[in-house]
Design a protein around this ligand. Structure first.
Ligand code: AMP
Ligand code: MG
Length: 502
């Protein structure tokens, strides 16, 4: 039995609007009791942002709370219902099979945030699953979420990770864990699909109103608010995916149940950052067709938005031909909106202040200099920042070294130089601006694996803590962390595979 506790640690000030307003979209449910909860890590900065007592929570009592054994007063734990297209195939009912929403708190900035468990036991949506999470995937989600946040990319974040003292059976026996996740909300494209496929018009209207109120309040009361919602979500997703592409992030499982209406990145399962630039990069072992490969992410996002459009269509008015035409217009605009954000990001990465007609070609041609040469994507942009430090070619050595054959780079660099010189900005200043957007540190796959293996196999969290510390300041080069700035030695990284965190 879970019990309710009212200590200082448990003072969360919940206000549960989802449970209050959206009956039919969830099932009240309780977390499973676990034998021996231990707090691995509390995200103190985030706890503080949420107005929680970080000091009091960083304790054995915090472990009881973040395992679900003792719930804070005001929680109304629910399993949320949603549907979704997974790898293109539609499931009318997915839902929180191993997650629970505890409730919402309004943070110090006045923003409403969901607090949810992942790995808290079976629910009515569990299907064949055990409702549990293993330690490795919990730590992976913690690491990548924090890394994305530090890179300035909208994301859900980990508030806490605990081990449960249970064994979770996967390919082998693994330590069980629970992640506490904070999100702007957990409303997904699949949440809308769940309602539309059931033909529940009143609930669809309620869900749209709720989403607008929570994430796009500027649309409230507008005549075409639901079409406005599709446009606004599309805009945020265009920006989000552009930011992913700008840092080489590959989500790995962009199913419609893993795409939020808020525009936050969610569900870090088989995700990974690309090392060597190759648009076809896929890490996920289950993505055999490469549906969610690096370069496919923008069109897949648009495909998911088309599924959202279908779900919203009944709200666009009586005239469904007109509704379809309006939705098509939004979907057809996506590519250009995505490209707009991508190019905005690339201009900053390349150190360009002005906007010129040739910028798109300049940016794509820089990527082409890397193709087929095993050039590390992250290092290339960082070394380009170094190259910008001098007005001449004297600082280009590190960048050149990354290229086995620098003929393409030879042709590209003078074009870039000419473009920079025309702007007349102090080179040191430009290099500094570039270093503020081109990270030194991303979650390198071998470093993530190393941190997970030490924790899972040895109970040693030192590498995990160290990796988090490095990734907290991704743009700030620190000599002592140079090992974190490189991809794994060739051969070690070849064929790197990630597995779904189930
Ligand atoms: P995900 O791959 O984490 O996005 O999950 C896809 C769907 O599978 C969601 O409905 C999850 O709740 C469900 N699911 C994943 N892992 C488990 C598990 N171990 N037990 C029950 N349901 C699960
Ligand atoms: Mg999911």
């Amino acid at each position: 039995m879970t019990t309710i506790t009212t200590s200082a640690a448990a003072a969360f000030r919940f206000d549960n609007s989802y449970a209050r307003d959206l009956e039919g979209l969830y099932v009240p449910w309780k977390a499973a009791e676990v034998p021996e909860p231990k707090l691995i890590r509390l995200n103190r900065a985030l706890a503080d942002e949420l107005g929680l007592d970080a000091q009091a929570l960083d304790s054995p009592e915090g472990a009881q709370i973040f395992s679900g054994n003792k719930l804070p007063e005001g929680t109304a734990t629910i399993a949320q219902a949603y549907a979704g297209h997974q790898f293109g195939g539609f499931s009318p009912q997915l839902g929180d099979g191993r997650a629970l929403l505890l409730g919402e708190v309004v943070d110090r900035h006045g923003k409403r945030r969901d607090i949810a468990f992942k790995g808290s036991g079976r629910t009515p949506f569990s299907r064949g699953g055990d409702g549990k999470a293993a330690l490795g995937p919990v730590l992976r989600e913690y690491i990548i979420g924090e890394a994305m946040h530090a890179l300035g990319i909208p994301t859900t974040r980990a508030l806490a990770a605990v081990t449960t003292g249970e064994v979770v059976r996967r390919e082998r026996n693994l330590p069980g864990a629970v992640l506490t996740r904070v999100a702007a909300s957990h409303i997904r494209v699949g949440t809308f699909q769940f309602v539309t496929v059931r033909g529940d018009m009143p609930l669809l209207r309620k869900l749209a109103d709720y989403t607008i109120d929570r994430h796009y309040p500027e649309l409230r009361g507008q005549p075409d608010a639901c079409l406005g919602l599709l446009k606004a979500v599309s805009e945020r997703q265009a920006e989000l995916i552009a930011r992913w592409m700008n840092v080489g992030f590959i989500h790995g499982v962009m199913n419609t149940d893993n795409m939020t209406l808020s525009g936050e990145t969610i569900d870090y399962g088989p995700c990974a950052f690309m090392d060597h630039y190759n648009p076809a990069t896929v890490f996920s072992s289950i993505d055999e067709q490469g549906r969610y490969a690096y370069a496919n992410q923008p069109p897949i996002a648009n495909w998911n938005l088309a599924r959202l459009a279908e779900a919203l269509l009944p709200l666009f008015g009586e005239d469904q031909d007109k509704a379809v035409a309006q939705a098509m217009e939004v979907l057809e605009a996506f590519q250009a909106r995505y490209q707009h954000y991508w190019l905005q990001g690339m201009r900053r990465k390349l150190g360009l202040r002005r906007e010129e007609a040739d910028d798109f070609a300049l940016a794509t041609d820089f990527l082409k200099t890397m193709e087929g040469q095993s050039v590390d994507f992250t290092q290339a942009f960082r070394h380009l920042s170094d190259a910008a430090e001098a007005a001449d070619a004297s600082r280009e050595g590190w960048l050149r070294k990354l290229h086995a054959d620098d003929a393409a780079l030879d042709a590209w660099l003078p074009r870039w130089r000419a473009r920079l010189n025309a702007e007349g900005i102090d080179p040191a200043q430009r290099a500094q601006a570039m270093r503020a957007v081109n990270p030194v540190y991303i979650p390198r796959n071998h470093k993530v694996e190393e941190a997970l293996a030490a924790a899972v196999d040895l109970g040693d969290y030192t590498p995990f803590e160290k990796l988090l510390a490095v990734l907290q300041r991704p743009f700030d080069e620190r000599i002592e962390f140079s090992a974190y700035a490189h991809p794994a030695p060739a051969g070690e990284s070849a064929g790197y595979r990630t597995f779904c965190g189930t």
